[in-house]
Ligand binder design. Structure first.
Ligand SMILES: NC(=O)c1ccc[n+]([C@@H]2O[C@H](COP(=O)([O-])OP(=O)(O)OC[C@H]3O[C@@H](n4cnc5c(N)ncnc54)[C@H](OP(=O)(O)O)[C@@H]3O)[C@@H](O)[C@H]2O)c1
Length: 396
């Protein structure tokens, strides 16, 4: 492509403004933002007002613009923007994990069809270059699992709870005041944000497309002081974990759940709004990547890194899609969990194979035991809205 990058940006919020700032400080790149499309033309912004538009066509139909950077907070609108940009022959950079989780397979086909690049490093773990590492380095059978703390907002809340004894609601409010959590925190604390990222990592790590509905995900919204007390007594912290792992050689499983983490585990060291990703493989054992998973400048710099990559015609090759071919998704995997419940009838919903510890007390009931993940998938609608907290006790 032409090395002169003329960029049209969609969205000028946390990430869009961060990108503009880091680009201004990046001297070696022949790239400039020539148009910015937003929703509300009236907002005061730290950018030349002449660049602002509310008409997407001012970017999508401008033949001068060869790169579209999509940084909006609406996954459906983002999907339309990204599709149209590719159809119009523009290279695309995006940070939209939700859009990717639902449409990545189609968007990969489109980028091949229209012979453009489509890069999205910022969509998973902010400034940690995990996608390109999985894509470029871990490209053979040795990779066994990718897991970790993939959501900065919930990790900030959990850190405040465990390090400073802050109550869940206060910790959430603090995360919102600092801009780490959205005013509607469902995606972060419900485990959905982690799930979307995990789906993207699975494409690049294992060459498999998994629909979000196939995956069990639990969040931290029901965490109670009793759960925290029990975890602390056992010497654990709680972290929200996403894990994709190879099972029985030719299957892959994904799940998202809070996890009781031991001091010797990598996730134990991930504090505040940071992310940490553990890559485990045969022969090389464990490799751990740690860094800022969100925020204006860290995420803006990941977007800039993709823009820089466009200047030398970089494309994801999706080598694993071509290499593996035969991997299949499974939820047939035994997991050890901690389950706290209030209504005694709720316990009967869980088809435990084995229970190793249990307590029934006036104000605290729990069991620790093993069940099959496919059983959890079956009852996930039934347990929605109930006062139940579950945490994974297996390996990270
Ligand atoms: N924040 C982070 O740390 C982070 C990290 C990694 C990935 N991401 C991802 O990056 C994306 C942007 O996040 P953000 O935190 O920057 O969001 P944000 O601060 O809420 O900003 C969203 C921006 O999108 C604009 N917008 C919304 N709908 C639009 C539409 N249909 N057309 C044009 N502009 C539209 C808004 O316009 P107005 O300004 O006019 O309202 C606003 O400028 C999301 O996909 C998010 O998941 C964020």
């Amino acid at each position: 492509m032409s090395k002169k990058l003329k960029i049209g940006v969609f969205g000028f919020g946390v990430v869009g403004s961060g990108l503009a700032h880091v680009l201004k400080n990046s001297k070696g790149l022949d790239a400039s933002i020539v148009r910015v499309c937003v929703k509300d033309a009236g907002k005061i912004r730290d950018i030349d007002p002449d660049l602002i538009t509310v008409n997407p066509d001012d970017i999508l139909n401008d033949p001068e613009i060869n790169v579209v950077v999509e940084l909006i907070d609406d996954a459906d609108a983002a999907y339309q923007i990204v599709k149209t940009a590719m159809q119009n022959g523009k290279h695309v950079v995006s940070a939209n994990k939700k859009m990717l989780a639902y449409h990545i397979e189609e968007l990969i086909q489109l980028q091949w069809k229209y012979k453009v690049s489509f890069l999205y490093e910022a969509s998973a773990c902010g400034s940690i270059p995990i996608i390109r590492n999985l894509e470029e380095y871990y490209d053979n059978d040795l990779l066994q699992s990718v897991s970790g703390v993939l959501n900065g907002s919930s990790n900030y809340i959990l850190t405040k709870i465990f390090n400073e004894n802050l109550d869940y609601n206060l910790a959430l409010k603090e995360a919102q005041d600092l801009g780490f959590a959205e005013s509607d925190p469902t995606s972060d604390v419900g485990g959905f944000d982690t799930l979307y990222k995990l789906i993207i990592l699975t494409v690049h790590g294992f060459g498999l497309f998994v629909h979000p509905d196939e995956v069990f995900n639990a969040g931290i919204a029901n965490l109670s002081p009793k759960d925290i007390e029990l975890a602390s007594q056992k010497g654990y912290k709680i972290r929200l974990l996403g894990k994709v792992t190879k099972v029985n050689g030719n299957h892959v499983n994904l799940f998202v759940a809070p996890k009781f983490v031991k001091p010797q585990e990598h996730a134990y060291t991930v504090e505040s709004h940071y992310n940490g990703v553990l890559i485990q493989g045969n022969f090389y054992d464990n490799q751990f990547m740690y860094g800022k998973g969100a925020g204006s400048h860290p995420t803006g710099s990941a977007v800039l890194s993709d823009i820089t990559a466009l200047a030398y015609d970089y494309k994801y090759e999706y080598k694993k899609l071509k290499y593996y071919g035969g991997l299949e998704y499974t939820n047939d995997m035994d997991v050890e969990i901690y389950l706290r419940y209030t209504d005694k009838n709720d316990l009967a919903l869980f088809n435990f194979k084995e229970i190793s510890e249990s307590l029934i007390a006036k104000d605290f009931n729990y069991v620790i035991g093993t069940l099959n993940l496919s059983e959890l998938i079956k009852i996930r609608k039934q347990i929605e809205g109930k006062d139940i907290f579950l945490a994974y006790l297996g390996e990270e």
